[in-house]
Design a protein around this ligand. Structure first.
Ligand code: BES
Ligand code: MN
Length: 454
């Protein structure tokens, strides 16, 4: 069978320099949604770039949210929705970067800069792939729709409303989600959903003011109250013991377990990367994979109380607070977790622990036999010449339920990152060869999803 993608690949490879320059220009914009910086500027740049790639596109806003790019081009029996976000995480801690976060730099075949992996790289690669497809393979064999948002990294507060208002411009038969990473052994991965998230602040206000710690035997201490409350959420084997929470976790099906058994997981590599000599509760093998992919988490993300300065200060702190996130699997929702958490704390007398909700996202999980999942697997196989690893869920989160569950669009994820891409961390990067491969895979994916033979 003649390889219809030979010309496509040659076209893409000849443009590596140009493609990376274009991505670098986008990474140079400091689009930190948490700080509201460069949002309008980046939205305008992304809109212009999408239009140049042939999309009839507009920037839309609802209820004071940031601009969201919606667009369309091509025609055919099938419609594919492409979801990406143009905002990035704050670059802190700045002193840990070898080169500045918003001055993209190539070192040893990798491009370093905030957003190269999460998620400006995938966004740009996909627009470049669409152009390359039209230039070499032919007219688009399907209808493409884009949804590029600017507040993913702060919880996509306005997206559900935007999707509702513009549903007719977003409906599709399948959706390609933003992210995807090669695993630690360099194998391409395809994922079938995202975990949800429920992020909360827990705060205890005890005494009217900080007190001399000599009163510690008789005056209640906010920090102890918080520590006891936190300790009631999870036991030392790592099991979440919030009353009733685990009852809502779907029991893995035989198909789920088969997927997990087939899934390679580099335990030694993980231990090396994290500098640990064992996993929580001593889990290994299938149990470890089940926990990572199919179970919720309860994580103390931050903890604050009392004196943190040099030396000592004998003080009984008036206030203690913690930031806690729960990553959610079906059938947990943020609303359910918040109400279970409140009831759990109240029933133990922790009515003094205030819960302030931050962002919440529902989990979203799709079967492995949808057309869009099959096209993703076929495209990765054709690109890399190996079978991709299929993840039942990504351990990260995002507004997939707001988009795909709301509109009934099966989703799949694969992308240009890798296990060392340092998302959200200093020295975020992608390997340039992986970036080019994602463009190659994405062209094949369009073809496969349109039902064309490869
Ligand atoms: N691209 C990530 C999601 C992700 C992370 C997928 C790791 C797979 C593995 C996304 O940009 C992200 O960071 N999402 C946030 C969402 C939160 C702010 C609501 C997350 O997961 O923390
Ligand atoms: Mn992110």
């Amino acid at each position: 069978m003649p390889d219809v993608f030979a010309a496509f690949d040659a076209h893409v490879r000849a443009r590596e320099r140009e493609y990376v320059d274009e991505l670098s220009a986008l990474v140079r914009l400091p689009t930190v949604s948490a700080q509201g910086s460069a949002i309008a500027e980046t939205a305008a740049a992304v809109l212009g770039r999408a239009q140049r790639a042939g999309f009839v596109a507009t920037a839309e806003r609802v209820s004071g949210g940031p601009p969201t790019i919606i667009g369309e081009q091509g025609s055919g029996d099938r419609t594919l929705l492409i979801y990406d976000h143009y905002d990035v995480q704050p670059p802190d801690p700045l002193e840990e970067w070898r080169t500045p976060p918003f001055e993209p730099t190539i070192r040893d075949g990798s491009l370093f800069g905030r957003g190269t992996s999460d998620n400006k790289g995938n966004l740009m690669a996909r627009l470049q792939a669409v152009e390359a497809y039209k230039a070499t393979v032919g007219p688009l064999p399907l209808r493409l729709r884009i949804l590029f948002e600017g507040e993913e990294e702060i919880g996509s507060e306005h997206l559900a409303e935007l999707v509702r208002v513009h549903a007719d411009r977003l409906r599709a038969d399948g959706c390609i989600w933003e992210a995807g990473y090669k695993d630690a052994a360099g194998r391409p991965t395809v994922s079938l959903g995202l975990k949800g998230i429920c992020y909360v602040d827990l705060e205890v206000r005890g005494t009217a003011l900080d007190a001399h710690s000599s009163v510690g035997g008789i005056v209640p201490n906010a920090a102890w109250r918080l520590v006891w409350a936190l300790a009631s959420l999870k036991d030392e084997s790592g099991t979440i013991i919030v009353d009733g929470l685990m009852d809502h976790v779907r029991v893995p099906s035989a198909a789920d377990l088969a997927l997990l058994r087939a899934l390679p997981f580099d335990e030694a590599g993980w231990k090396r990367i994290h500098g640990i000599d064992g996993f929580v509760g001593g889990a290994t093998g299938l149990e470890l994979k089940r926990k990572y992919f199919l179970e919720p988490t309860c994580t103390i993300c931050g903890l604050r109380s009392g004196y943190q300065g040099q030396g000592s200060k004998t003080v009984l702190p008036a206030v203690a607070s913690a930031k806690v996130d729960f990553r959610l699997v079906p059938d947990l929702t943020p609303e359910l977790v918040r109400s279970l958490l409140r009831a759990h704390l109240d029933s133990r007398g922790f009515t003094d622990v205030a819960i302030t909700p931050h962002h919440g996202e529902r989990p979203s999980r799709w079967p492995s036999d949808t057309d869009v999942a099959k096209a993703a697997v076929a495209a990765n196989r054709a690109t890399y010449g190996t079978e991709p690893v299929v993840y039942p869920l990504m351990a990260g989160s995002g507004p997939m339920a707001q988009v795909c569950d709301q509109l009934g669009i099966p989703a799949v994820g694969f992308g240009s990152g890798n296990a060392g891409s340092a998302n959200h961390a200093p020295n975020e990067n992608i390997v340039i060869a992986d970036y080019i491969d994602h463009i190659r895979a994405f062209g094949r994916f369009l073809h496969a999803f349109a039902g064309r033979p490869m």
